[in-house]
Ligand binder design. Structure first.
Ligand SMILES: [Zn+2]
Length: 225
């Protein structure tokens, strides 16, 4: 190449690099927009473990390839250690709900509250070897002081913004639970769905496959805390 053409060549190379850069940016924009719009659902199960229902829920989650979060009651673990171990072993998150689930004891004082939290955490740790890091208030009876106490202990406090209705609607069947899940989650890009896996929630386990498929069809990604 003649010397006088070198600046011209440098100019064209720079131009090509600039265009490639802009092109990359243009293709990156839709990808970023997609990530921002990704809809997510967290399935959260309270009040277990139970022998039959938790097992059914775990079977469905395994078959559907979905991870969930279980807020357990420490006093219900005795005799069901293997169920709790299965929750942890299959990659779900185990969180603290309470040791006793007896509101007047749990919320009697700050000391009683923290004692309840650490008793449940200790039960989980002893059985699974995992130290729980997420917490859900029994009865949703949180306040800012209790939340601050939990944060000092390193917990992330998890509420909910949609329900399946297994607690709210007496005797709800699987179809009602599906409809309630969809109607209470409507319009929300991030859904934290409240479900229960305690012993009498057979309809919840029965509704779970259709709940998972409906949210999947609506474009939701399943997440655990
Ligand atoms: Zn509860």
């Amino acid at each position: 190449m003649q010397r006088k053409y070198i600046p011209l060549a440098v100019f064209f190379v720079a131009l090509l690099l600039l265009l490639a850069h802009l092109g990359a940016r243009m293709t990156a924009v839709p990808a970023f927009t997609f990530a921002a719009e990704q809809k997510r659902i967290f399935l959260t199960f309270d009040d277990g473990p139970s022998t039959v229902v938790t097992g059914q829920v775990l079977d469905v989650l395994r078959d559907e390839g979905v991870k969930a979060t279980f807020f357990v009651v420490g006093d219900r673990v005795g005799g069901r250690e293997e169920v709790l171990r299965r929750i942890a072993r299959e990659g779900h998150t185990v969180g603290v709900h309470s040791q006793t689930h007896v509101y007047r004891e749990i919320y009697a004082s700050d000391e009683a509250f923290l004692r309840d939290v650490s008793a449940c955490a200790e039960t989980v740790r002893k059985v699974t070897g995992v130290t729980p890091r997420v917490y859900r208030f029994p009865g949703g009876l949180g306040n800012s002081r209790r939340t601050a106490l939990l944060r000092e202990q390193g917990y992330r406090v998890v509420g909910w913004n949609a329900v399946c209705g297994d607690e709210e609607i007496a005797g709800a069947d699987a179809e009602t639970l599906l409809k309630t899940s969809l109607s209470t989650a409507r319009g929300k890009d991030t859904v934290v769905l409240l479900l229960h896996d305690s012993a009498h929630r057979r309809a919840t386990a029965e509704a779970l496959p259709s709940i998972i498929r409906s949210f999947r069809e609506a474009g939701y990604e399943f997440c655990a805390f």
